[in-house]
Design a protein around this ligand. Structure first.
Ligand code: PLP
Length: 384
C-alpha cells in the first residue's frame, strides 16, 4: 500500500486519538451508570421491572410505530416477527444474500427456507427492479398466495435489510409486496435513526425487527425489538416472547409453545439511557462521514459510500468501495496491521455450506460488492 494509505491510517488514528481504533464501540456516560445502578440497588435486574416498559414506549415513539416489544437480541426479534407475520414451515422467504447470518437463521428457525435476492448498488440492499422481473418468471399467484413454480413451495414474505443503515428502495418493494401477495418484515437491525422519505425505517413492514447488540447504533448489551402498528400482532408477539404464559396471579398455564425471549430489565435500563442521546450519536455519525469524505478523497481507486437519495441514513458502519485497482485482502491486511480495525462485508449467505442449496436468483451485484467493500472505524465521536 502506498503513501496515500499510510497517511489515511495516520489521520484516522489521530482523529480518534488512539493507536488502535476499533470498528465500533458503545458510548456510555453518567446516565447508563445511573440507570443500571438503579437496577442493581433495587434488585430489579431480571424479568420484572419498569425499564422494559419504558424502553418499549420510548423506542416506539422514536421510530413512530404504535408498539415495540423488547427481546433478548435482534435474531430473536426477527424470529418472532416472521412467525407472527405468518411464515410457516416449508414456506420460502425472499431476502438478500448480502446480509448478516441472523436474517437467514431466523427464517430457518421458523422451518422456512431463505430464497436469495440480489442487491442494488445504490442502496447495497434488495433490488426491487431485478426482483420484479425474477418473480414474473419463476412464480405464480394462486388463491391470493404466491408459489414458486419450480419448488412448488409458497413464497410468504419479503425481508428487506437496510445495509449499514442505508434505506433500501422501500416504495418499490411495497408495490411488489402488494402485487405478489407478500408480507414485508423489515430487518431494521442496522437502521435505528435511518429515515426513508422522512419516515423511520422499521415502520414500513407489517412487523419489523431491530437489534441493540454491542456494536449497533445504540446498545442494551444484547437486545432487540419487534416493531409494529398492529396492536393484535404486538400483543401476540409479546405473549410468545414471555413463554406464552396466560396471565394469572400464581398459576403456571401456557397456551402454546412459547419462547423465553424477554429483554431483562437491566438491559432495558441501558437502552433507556442510550435512547436519550440518540440524536447526539446520529449527529456525530454524520460529522464522521464528512470527515471521512475529506480523508477518502485523497485515496485513489476508492470512494466513501453515501446515502441513496431517498435515505437519511444513520451511517452505522462507514463503508469504502474499492475499484479493480485495489485488492480487498491487501487493504484489510494493511489497515488492520496499522491499528485501524477494518472488516469486509459479509460472505454472501448463499455461499455458506448450510444455505448452499437454497433457491436464489442470479446474484452478480452481490458477488461484485462482496469483493469491493471494506468497513472502517465508525464509533460516533465529535469531530470538526
Ligand atoms: C445485528 C444484526 C442482526 C441480529 O442482531 P443480534 O442482536 O446480533 O441477534 C440481524 N440482522 C442484521 C442485518 C444485523 O446486522
Amino acid at each position: 500500500m502506498n503513501e496515500q494509505w499510510i497517511q489515511f491510517a495516520e489521520r484516522v488514528k489521530e482523529m480518534y486519538g488512539k493507536d488502535f481504533v476499533p470498528l465500533h464501540e458503545p458510548t456510555f456516560n453518567k446516565k447508563e451508570v445511573e440507570y443500571v445502578t438503579d437496577c442493581v440497588k433495587t434488585g430489579w435486574v431480571s424479568s420484572v421491572g419498569a425499564y422494559v416498559t419504558r424502553f418499549e414506549e420510548d423506542l416506539a415513539k422514536f421510530v413512530g410505530v404504535k408498539r415495540a416489544v423488547a427481546v433478548v437480541n435482534g435474531t430473536a426479534a426477527l424470529h418472532i416477527a416472521l412467525k407472527v407475520a405468518g411464515v410457516e414451515a416449508n414456506d420460502e422467504v425472499l431476502m438478500p444474500s448480502l446480509t448478516f447470518i441472523a436474517t437467514a437463521n431466523a427464517v430457518s428457525y421458523c422451518g422456512a427456507i431463505p430464497h436469495f435476492v440480489d442487491v442494488h448498488e445504490e442502496t447495497l440492499g434488495m433490488d426491487p427492479f431485478k426482483l420484479d422481473a425474477y418473480l414474473e418468471d419463476i412464480s405464480e399467484v394462486r388463491n391470493g398466495e404466491l408459489y414458486n413454480k419450480e419448488t412448488k413451495r409458497r413464497i410468504k414474505a419479503l425481508v428487506p435489510m437496510h445495509t449499514f443503515g442505508h434505506a433500501v428502495h422501500l416504495e418499490e418493494l411495497l408495490v411488489l409486496a402488494e402485487k405478489y401477495y407478500l408480507v414485508i418484515v423489515e430487518d431494521a437491525a442496522e437502521s435505528l435513526g435511518t429515515y426513508y422519505k422522512g419516515k423511520h425505517t422499521g415502520s414500513f413492514g407489517k412487523i419489523n425487527a431491530m437489534s441493540f447488540n454491542g456494536n449497533k447504533i445504540i446498545t442494551t448489551g444484547g437486545g432487540g425489538a419487534i416493531l409494529t402498528d398492529d396492536e393484535a400482532l404486538a400483543d401476540y408477539a409479546k405473549h410468545l416472547t414471555i413463554t406464552a404464559k396466560v396471565p394469572h396471579k400464581w398459576e403456571y398455564v401456557h397456551d402454546e409453545i412459547g419462547y423465553n425471549y424477554r429483554m431483562p430489565n437491566i438491559n432495558a435500563a441501558l437502552g433507556c439511557a442510550q435512547l436519550e442521546k440518540i440524536s447526539e450519536l446520529l449527529k456525530h455519525k454524520k460529522q464522521l462521514t464528512s470527515k471521512y469524505d475529506k480523508l477518502v478523497a485523497n485515496l485513489d481507486g476508492v470512494y466513501l459510500f453515501k446515502q441513496p437519495k431517498h435515505s437519511d441514513s444513520n451511517y452505522w458502519l462507514q463503508t469504502l468501495v474499492l475499484d479493480e485497482s485495489l485488492n480487498r485482502e491487501e487493504v484489510l491486511t494493511f489497515l488492520n496491521e496499522k491499528g485501524v480495525m477494518s472488516r469486509p462485508i459479509w460472505r454472501p449467505i448463499d455461499k455458506l455450506e448450510m444455505y448452499k442449496a437454497c433457491p436464489k436468483m442470479e446474484l452478480s451485484v452481490t458477488d461484485i460488492l462482496n469483493k469491493n467493500i471494506v468497513n472502517i472505524p465508525s464509533t460516533p465521536i465529535e469531530v470538526n
